[in-house]
Design a protein around this ligand. Sequence first.
Ligand code: PLP
Length: 400
Amino acid sequence: MAFLSDTLSRVKPSPTIAVSNLAAELKAQGKDVIGLGAGEPDFDTPQNIKDAAKAAIDAGRTKYTAVDGIAELKQAICKKFERENGLSYKPSQVSVGTGGKQILYNALMATLNPGDEVIIPAPYWVSYPDMVLLAGGTPVIATATIETNFKLTPEALEAAITPKTKWFIFNSPSNPTGAGYTRAELKALTDVLLRHPHVWIMSDDMYEHLVFDGFEFCTPAEVEPALYERTLTCNGVSKAYAMTGWRIGYAAGPENMIGAMRKIQSQSTSNPSSVSQWAAVEALNGPQDFLADNVALFLRRRNLVVEMLNAAEGITCPTPDGAFYVYPSIAGCIGKTSPAGKKIETDEDFATALLEEEGVAVVFGGAFGLSPNFRVSYATSDDNLREACSRIQRFCAGLK
Ligand code: PLP
């Protein structure tokens, strides 16, 4: 349609949201569908956080706020960075937006010119390449394979850097693989970045708190303090505090970067919801002990899913360090034919046949830039996971 912009034609709708919508649609039609597509915890926001939001409403904290966040929330964020990451930021170095998504988008919008390149390790969170395209930049995909547990090697990072590179996007633990970089692995990457002073680092730490088996979370500005001046450390309350619908994300970095992001936000959405900001103050300042319970729950589910998927014919499922996803390979299923007669040539064919024939909704690997794989979100009940994995096992056993 001539009316639509060229920019729009460069991006695609989020495939993960599409899978969730399709699963919901099939369910509404009465079909027996188990959705393993959702990227959000299946439990409720803690009560103390809800109470803080209610109190904010009753106290009339319902007006416009400062564009990139109230002082109380910026203080809470500074304390969080100090307490959990050993990073020292002033409130003027902090930006609060409507979800982690807006924060990343603001930063790209504020910095990219046509021709600027952004290095994105694959498998990647679906929104990174499209956000870069929306902001007028060029995504440069640096692939990490299953052999390195989906983690980018320093050699692959080095090879992707050009004089046009503006950002390197780093995400650990990762969506979609759950892979987490150890301190040594991250140090190997920061050593490369030290040699390229024109490259900035956008660290997406959204899954920081969801880590297993004693995995030690670390973030670039802390691992290599010499990169502090060109790192934007991004985080949010969505995943750790089960607050996806409240839409609060934040970042800390150099003041001029934060100011540039504020300018974009001031002319697009203005402040994130005032009530949600007060809820986020409570999330960050309040008790944190429930996090351990959530992690224990996710760990149990991770183990269940990894074990059951590895028992399925043709599937290899690495054990992730964190988040609530697994990213199994289906190399052993490619070229076969499904019980209903569908030829499985790609992971998209696999996901479609699995949904149609067994009523299990997963997201195909092509959406995340590494095939043939699929992503399972195990943020659903043990019963659902057991049933879904049995169906996947049955589907795979029926492949000819
Ligand atoms: N970064 C990653 C890696 C994510 O998986 C998500 C959400 O799925 C986000 C950022 C965005 O989070 P928010 O819901 O706070 O916008």
